[in-house]
Design a protein around this ligand. Structure first.
Ligand code: GAL
Length: 982
């Protein structure tokens, strides 16, 4: 057997495959080659044996599943890196240490396919995804190679198959020249990770076809654009269309049609038939345009309420399953998301079927990213090197060609973070020449010379406002025609709101801008899913891992854990917040004027599919409820609707009198059942708590430092004391892009030592009405801190605490001699910390919930009476950090295994806003020093913080830090709490 050379360092696309074709559903026979394959792993191409394996000699080999990644299947381990490249930038060469996987499968061709070939037809061997480069053999003959891991390649194998005992062999290299174009901030996961299929191609069949629907909003008529490789009969039964279409291009008038949009995902099934084959395509009639700086669909402006989605399964990597893909898109729809950017490669083909069907706009992104060149100042970037042109054009051609029938795809994205250059231009040219039915998106070249939209990632709020005002400048010295053109393009914020850990804050402020300026077409949160990898830990429990956990020498830690949902698809608080921010309906309850103000933010539909249900709750009891009569409010229209007499709030309750109006789906849809809440508006009238006559508490209920031994029936293990620190969130650990030269907040806190404050009791005195304790809590080495005056008294209801807090000293870096920059030490929070005996059992609370929120992530919570179990108290972030705060709490019962305490707000400034309550199984030092959730100790105590003020969380891991209005500069406060046994 001659030794085929496995060339993994050759600039250029794959070779030997047939021209890319549209993905069509055909009645021609197919045969899945998914399943068990023989497998052998070698450490590098040089060490991969040339021993006749391509002809089926696989004695002693292992087995592997296809589709799968070999390093998720027990052959090697996964590795994660972001911008930095895992090997030297020495294009087109991969390193010598470059695992090679050999795959072999012996097959008997199905009779149905054989009948087609017996009649003169052909057979194709299709690979939907191989990372990163493969050579393909049938019965020992090399057919060619693949490049473009997430792109389809088809080989004509007709002349190589015998029908029985045929050997399909594939040699895959983890790294190749192609890797230089695929540095997409994700796990490096080699192997045949998408399906392998044999496809029969009958004589006289339809080898390729494009069928799309165009909608003319002025006439309400549709047109079907057909391009087919063979004369065929087009049929769209629902529209009464049945007519011949010749090979080539034609347009068929469809008459009056229902248009497709994300809000009305109306699909029609079209078939193209020849004597030997019928293909079917689900088409939608829609027209997308950039009209005078506004993104429109079917003549109406649209807002993209988007997320970036990678393909990720915590157990399988980038292997697609219908179940997870559907779960993702259904969750998106349920959370008011209407757009997906398929970062940063074309998704599995089925995802687009689901997007068409459920109604989501898609930016379909090419499999391209050369971000590693940032480390070498973009020297030699392939995007601008003509030698790579064929590779780039091949990638966009395969992307567009496969997916061009999908109505959901409204933009082609040329790739991600690959800089500018001649090859990006060549890609854009190819798209313009081959598909006029979508816009072109690309963020990497801010001149936007080749795109139809101006796209940016993580622009600051201020910059986004300037873009909205068309006053943004990227080339102030040269306001030429190109720059003027760019300023007139619709703006897409292709990544914003970096959802890493307890995040993203400040999204609402972005959304207000998008709503204000017609040029701003919305944005896409980075990102949808956390890419944690599931493993079994030493106790046999499911645990999650991130970069560095598999011994990688070059890695980016937990930067891959930055999603609105966990890898297991648990909803993170950021998604709840986003759902409310982007809600298609805004309800403002004007209790004084006894009406609601409604804003319909749907772009295409009125509100008639929604019912508006109201309820009045007083101190946790629903005292009245009903449904409002709301006229259909048209898209992007507003209305005012009167409230009935019983729908009112009055003062006089003890906790709160709350009027809530929910907009709910009247009928079930494919993504939610009837009654699903789309938007909520509320008016909360805070109650007036009363406490009886105060007297001094019994001294034996306090220790000598004036601290209560118990609160309610709970033994106090530590505290209460004053705290202004939190366990740093991921965002706290990064300098915000708005303050790139300043130390991250967490570092400022550590420098100011607010993470290790010490308390000195200045006096403990008793008068007739109270035990008065004067404390100073200070940071080691500094004279700054917080003075606290605690007044404890017994009231008939329980124990009353009146607390006065005063900031002392200065909170900045003026103490650092010759500091090049000055900064302030804003606090994380201001409140009481107390540790109770017993592990947490849960809490019932009246406040904003049901989930956690912070000042800049507070859109998705409503006032209510909630019960959080032990597992709901804090968010199980993969890297432990601060989480779990319930804000606006007026009263709560905290339960541990040892008992319970009710804490209620009874005075001071907390009467207006309530307090933020965090009940955690772990103290902040443990949270901040434990690398993984799975390593947190079994809880033995309950750590409670009652905060009168908090800082927001911002999105500093990528983007601005906490916005000034959500920061917490040092300040004074006073409030009163009542503790009762519960
Ligand atoms: C962007 C990039 C994404 C991701 C993100 C950080 O620059 O496009 O792929 O890396 O930053 O999580």
């Amino acid at each position: 057997m001659s030794a085929p050379v496995f060339d993994v360092a050759r600039i250029g696309p794959g070779e030997g495959s047939i021209a890319p074709r549209t993905r069509l559903t055909s009645d021609a026979p197919t045969q899945s080659l998914d399943g068990r394959w023989r497998f052998r792993l070698s450490p590098s191409p040089a060490l991969a044996p040339h021993d006749g394996w391509t002809a089926g000699d696989t004695d002693g080999w292992d087995e592997i599943a296809v589709p799968a990644h070999w390093n998720m299947s027990g052959f090697g381990t996964p590795a994660y890196s972001n911008v930095q490249f895992p090997f030297p930038i020495d294009p087109p060469y991969p390193p010598d240490e470059n695992p090679v996987g050999d795959y072999v499968r012996r097959i008997d061709v199905d009779d149905a396919i054989r009948q087609v070939t017996d009649a003169g037809g052909r057979v194709l061997l299709r690979f939907d995804g191989i990372e990163s480069a493969a050579d393909v053999f049938v019965n020992g003959t090399r057919l060619g190679s693949t490049r473009g891991s997430r792109l389809t390649h088809e080989f004509d194998v007709t002349d190589h198959l015998t029908g029985t005992g045929d050997v399909v062999a594939v040699r895959v290299a983890q790294f190749s020249d192609g890797t230089y174009l695929e540095n997409q901030d994700m796990w490096w996961l080699p192997g045949i990770f998408r399906s392998v299929t044999l496809l029969a191609r009958p004589v006289g069949g339809i080898d390729d076809a494009v069928v799309t629907g165009d909608f003319d909003h002025e006439t309400g008529r549709g047109a079907v654009e057909v391009t087919t490789s063979a004369d065929a009969v087009l049929e769209i039964a629902e529209l009464g269309i049945r007519q011949g279409v010749p090979a080539g291009r034609s347009t068929v008038d469809a008459g009056e049609v229902g248009p497709w949009s994300a809000e009305t995902p109306r699909l029609y099934t079209a078939t193209l038939r020849t004597a030997s084959e019928t293909v079917s395509v689900r088409i939608g009639f829609r027209r997308v345009r950039a009209d005078d700086g506004v993104l429109t669909l079917n003549g109406r402006p649209i807002m993209l309420r988007g997320v970036n989605r990678h393909e990720h399964d915590p157990d399988r990597g980038r292997v697609h399953t219908t179940e997870l893909a559907r779960r993702d898109l259904v969750l998106m729809k349920q959370h008011n998301i209407n757009a997906v950017r398929t970062s940063h490669y074309p998704p599995h083909a089925e995802l687009l079927d689901l997007a068409d069907e459920l109604g989501l706009y898609v930016i379909d992104e090419c499999d391209l990213e050369t971000h590693e060149y940032e480390y070498v100042s973009w020297r030699g970037n392939p995007s601008d090197d003509p030698a790579w042109e064929a590779s780039f054009v091949d990638r966009i051609r395969r992307t567009v060609t496969r997916d061009r029938t999908h109505p959901s795809v409204i933009m082609w994205s040329l790739g991600n973070e690959s800089g500018a250059g001649c090859n990006i231009r060549a890609m854009a040219r190819w798209v313009r020449e081959n598909d006029g039915t979508r816009l072109i998106h690309y963020e990497g070249d801010h001149s936007s010379r080749d795109t139809d939209v101006y796209s940016r990632m993580y622009a600051s709020h201020d910059e986004v406002r300037r873009i909205g005002e068309e006053a943004d400048e990227i080339a102030p010295a040269d306001i030429g025609a190109a720059e003027l053109r760019r300023r007139s393009l619709p703006f897409v914020h292709c990544e914003f709101g970096h959802a890493m850990g307890n995040s993203p804050g400040g999204v609402k402020e972005y959304w207000d801008l998008y709503e204000r300026f017609p040029r701003l077409a919305g944005g896409f949160i980075w990102e949808w899913i956390e890419h944690a990898i599931a493993v079994e830990d030493e106790h046999g429990r499911r645990a999650f891992r991130y970069g560095g956990d598999f011994g990688e020498s070059v890695h980016d830690h937990n930067f891959v854990i930055d999603g609105l949902i966990s890898a297991d698809r648990d909803v993170r608080p950021g998604l709840v917040d986003y759902a409310a921010i982007v809600a298609p309906v805004v309800i403002e309850v004007d209790a004084a004027r006894r009406r609601i103000r409604l804003q319909n933010r749907y772009d295409h539909v009125d509100t008639s599919h929604l019912a508006f249900r109201w309820r009045r709750e007083v101190d946790g009891e629903t005292v009245a409820h009903g449904e409002l009569t709301v006229p259909a409010v048209g898209p992007r229209q507003r209305a005012e609707v009167p409230l009935p007499d019983e729908a009112r709030v009055v003062s006089g309750s003890s906790v709160a009198d709350v009027l809530t109006v929910d907009a709910v789906l009247r009928e079930g849809t494919s993504w939610a059942s009837a009654g699903h809440v789309v938007a909520t508006g509320q008016h909360v009238a805070a109650g007036t708590p009363r406490v009886g006559q105060a007297s001094a508490p019994e001294p034996d209920e306090f220790d000598r430092r004036g601290r209560p031994l118990r609160l309610g029936s709970l033994g106090v293990v530590d505290g209460p004391g004053i705290g202004i620190w939190r366990a740093p969130t991921d965002n706290d650990l990064f300098p915000g892009w708005d303050e790139p030269t300043l130390p991250p907040m967490a570092e400022r806190w550590a420098l100011a030592r607010i993470d290790r404050m010490q308390t000195r009791v200045r006096s403990v005195e008793s008068d007739a009405a109270a035990l008065v304790v004067d404390t100073r809590v200070g940071a080691p080495s500094f004279d700054s801190g917080v003075d606290a005056l605690w007044r404890w008294s017994t009231v008939p209801e329980g124990l009353l605490l009146e607390l006065d807090l005063r900031s002392i000293g200065s909170w900045d870096n003026s103490w650092i001699e010759k500091a090049p920059f000055s900064w302030t030490v804003d606090w994380a929070r201001l409140g009481i910390d107390v540790t109770f005996a017993g592990a947490p059992v849960g809490m019932e609370f009246a406040g904003y919930g049901p989930g956690p929120s912070y000042p800049d992530t507070a859109s998705g919570v409503q006032f209510g009476w909630f019960d959080a179990g032990a597992d709901d108290l804090v968010t199980p972030h993969v890297r432990p950090q601060e989480s779990g705060s319930r804000r606006g709490v007026r009263t709560a019962v905290i339960r541990t295994t040892e008992g319970g305490v009710r804490v209620s707000v009874v005075g001071g400034e907390a009467l207006d806003a309530g307090v933020a309550l965090t009940v955690s199984p772990w103290d902040r030092t443990t949270l901040s020093t434990t690398s993984h959730a799975s390593l947190l100790p079994t809880p033995t105590a309950t750590h409670v913080s009652i905060d009168i003020a908090q800082s927001g969380v911002g999105t500093a891991t990528c983007g601005p830090g906490v916005l000034p209005r959500h920061r917490l500069p040092a300040r004074d406060a006073s409030f009163a709490l009542l503790f009762e046994t519960a």
